[in-house]
Design a protein around this ligand. Structure first.
Ligand code: 7RM
Length: 631
């Protein structure tokens, strides 16, 4: 189903609320099922227990590949742009991609992988990453992609949580002018991963790596041993398709589980309707496949829709800050999807990087990952879109699987910084602190969704109770997003950011508790508290307050050591931007850290610290202010 006017949007929206099962049954007819479902939806938000397309059988790769091999075999499925601007791009047509996926699926089978096994994928943005993901889906193995910037310990934690039996990686990665070790990091992780039996290694940088007999195998050699035919494994709608770890406000990252049928329907439905991709279009999403945006809008949504999806290996500033626009010009990109942090960073480099580039192919510009500020929205609209493109500010989450609130390109009106309206099938609700629904105009509220959609999170891997606690208990009967939101008089939504202890740094979700755990493991650290603060480029920066056993003799060196510890434990993306050594933290009598106060101090705004009378020791606040150089 493809909506093509605002009237159609309104009709579809109404139908989706009046008759959700009828609506989603119709949408799902657009895909190929081996066996139809007997019920569209079964749900209970209290347990939670949510099932879509009950009894339906399918394989998502038959929809993403085989179908298009029949209908458009020579159309590019993936166009890969390498790190070096002077290297040739690689085009994989649907026919070629299908063949490479089948071949690699046979490699997985040869190495004992069967339906339901969990496979960790730790790779840079090369075509083999997409091939590995789809090969897992081909045979019903559950992929767990770990972003290439995470540390060995983060890999190990994720591998162990899901008991992965294989890791797929590369020798190394090219990122801008850096070469990054991948296999070596996996080797470090493997010291603590007893369930991993095999490691498959694709070559990219041809960096020397250790290869252990009986465990480590080269991708290229293994693919030579197998045939290019691999029938797809029949999956139930509710069989897990993948696990993707994401940070929350407490504890370690949790494994968000998405299942086959509902995820396929929603990723493709949302892709088609938000971006309004037409046959022959080139679509470019700059995300990394290690995040949900890459799963849903580089791989599954576009490929199930038969689109042409660009995949870029490098970084926006290499060889210079015009790289995205060079790619748009070179490949005549029609739809471009990126994050506000990239926009803000590129804005700062000056017009010589964009003004002479031919961007006339562009029709739709997307934004995702964090709130987009008005200045960035306007710059994107004027300098990249030349005032001729729709800006789709798309709000969604790892847990929602697909875009929930966004303009439909050239259909929905737009307004700077607003994600505008829910897609048909999505029923947002704003609630106040007491859990009462706010109707009409709302100057602030917590964003919930009151009815399921096909790609809603099903569980958190290995810990269903956590899924219930985090998402379905704050406002019983509703899914709670963790985001704050306002709604204007026209009913348009603007997402203002997290209301929990999750920080959004350059569009990456980072839990304050995770960073604190890493900080606390550094020698000499007694206690720490981490908060987010406004950062011009990153959206939010990480501010760490740290109590040391004794005042460091060389504070600057100690700070660097602490950053090295965080990099070792989580990865460079979790490094605090600022560290302040303090002698105490503002705590309530019950021992709870008052983060509100720490946030204000990190912002440099102490004019309204609010009520500090409940603090165990109010003098601490004055000390911290003095340490921060604020009075
Ligand atoms: C897709 C993705 C999810 C969190 C979410 C929000 C924030 C994402 C927007 C946004 C304002 C947007 N998944 N967020 N998109 N905030 N406007 N358009 O980013 O799981 O990694 O992060 O990101 O806080 O809860 S995610």
């Amino acid at each position: 189903m493809r909506i093509s006017s605002f009237e159609e949007y309104e009709l579809a929206y109404k139908k989706s609320v009046d008759d959700p099962e009828g609506f989603w049954g119709e949408v799902a007819q657009n895909f190929e099922w081996r066996k139809p479902w007997t019920r569209v939806l079964d749900w209970n938000f209290d347990k939670p227990d949510i099932k879509w397309y009950v009894g339906g059988k399918l394989n998502i790769t038959e929809n993403a590949l085989d179908r298009h091999v029949r209908e458009r075999p020579n159309q590019p499925a993936i166009i890969w742009e390498p790190n070096e601007k002077d290297d040739d791009p690689v085009t994989l047509t649907y026919k070629v991609l299908h063949e490479r996926v089948c071949r690699f699926a046979n490699v997985l089978k040869n190495h004992g992988v069967v339906k339901g096994d969990r496979i960790c994928i730790y790779m840079p943005m090369i075509p083999e990453l997409a091939i590995a993901v789809l090969a897992c889906a081909r045979i019903g193995a559950i992929h767990s992609v770990v972003f290439g910037g995470f540390s060995a310990k983060s890999i190990a934690d994720r591998v162990n949580d899901a008991n992965c039996k294989m890791i797929i990686t590369t020798d190394g990665a090219f990122r801008g002018n850096k070469r990054i070790a991948m296999k070596e990091t996996v080797d470090d992780a493997l010291i603590g991963c007893p369930t991993v039996e095999k490691v498959l290694v694709a070559t990219r940088t041809r960096t020397p790596v250790s290869m252990i007999k009986g465990r480590d195998y080269w991708w290229e050699e293994e693919t030579k041993k197998v045939s290019a035919e691999c029938p797809a494994t029949e999956m139930d709608s509710e069989d897990p398709l993948f696990i993707l770890y994401t940070s929350g406000s407490t504890g370690k990252p949790k494994g968000v589980v998405h299942t086959t049928g509902g995820y396929m329907v929603y990723s493709a439905y949302s892709f088609q309707n938000v971006f309004q991709n037409n046959p022959g279009d080139v679509y470019f999403c700059t995300a990394d496949i290690g995040w949900i945006t890459g799963h849903s809008y580089i791989i599954y949504g576009p490929l199930v829709s038969g689109a042409t999806s660009m995949m870029f290996e490098g970084v926006p500033t290499y060889p210079d800050a015009g790289r995205f626009w060079d790619i748009v010009e070179r490949h005549k990109v029609n739809i471009f999807y990126t994050a506000p942090t990239a926009i803000r960073s590129l804005m700062g480099f000056g017009p010589e990087f964009w003004k002479d580039k031919d961007l006339s192919s562009l029709r739709v510009l997307g934004s995702v990952g964090e709130p987009i500020n008005e200045e960035a929205w306007t710059w994107y609209n004027e300098n990249i879109g030349k005032g001729n493109c729709t800006i789709c500010d798309t709000w969604w989450q790892t847990e929602t699987g697909g875009i929930m609130i966004s303009p439909l390109a050239n259909i929905t009106p737009t307004k700077p910084t607003y994600a505008m309206l829910p897609l048909p099938g999505v029923q947002p609700m704003l609630v106040d602190e007491k859990g009462e629904e706010i109707t009409g105009n709302a100057i602030s509220g917590n964003l919930c969704i009151k009815f399921p959609w096909p790609s809603i999170i099903r569980t958190t891997w290995g810990d269903h109770e956590r899924c219930k606690q985090v998402y379905f208990s704050a406002y019983p009967g509703n899914y709670f997003t963790g985001d704050g939101c306002i709604r204007d008089k026209d009913g348009y939504y603007r997402i203002t950011g997290r209301v929990d202890d999750v920080i959004n740094v350059s569009g990456h979700r980072i839990g304050t508790a995770e960073v604190e755990d890493a900080l606390n493991s550094h020698t000499g650290v007694v206690e720490s508290a981490v908060v987010g603060y406004p950062h011009e480029i990153k959206g939010q920066g990480i501010f760490a307050y740290i109590i040391m056993e004794s005042q460091p003799h060389e504070p600057e060196l100690t700070k660097k050591d602490i950053l090295a510890t965080v990099t070792r434990i989580i990865g460079p993306i979790a490094k605090p931007d600022q560290i302040l050594f303090v002698s105490g933290l503002p705590k309530t009598r019950s021992g709870k850290i008052m983060r509100r106060i720490l946030r204000k101090i990190a912002e440099g705004d102490v004019s309204s610290l609010g009520d500090t009378s409940t603090l165990l020791d109010p003098a601490v606040v004055e000390e911290i202010k003095a340490a921060a150089g604020i009075s």
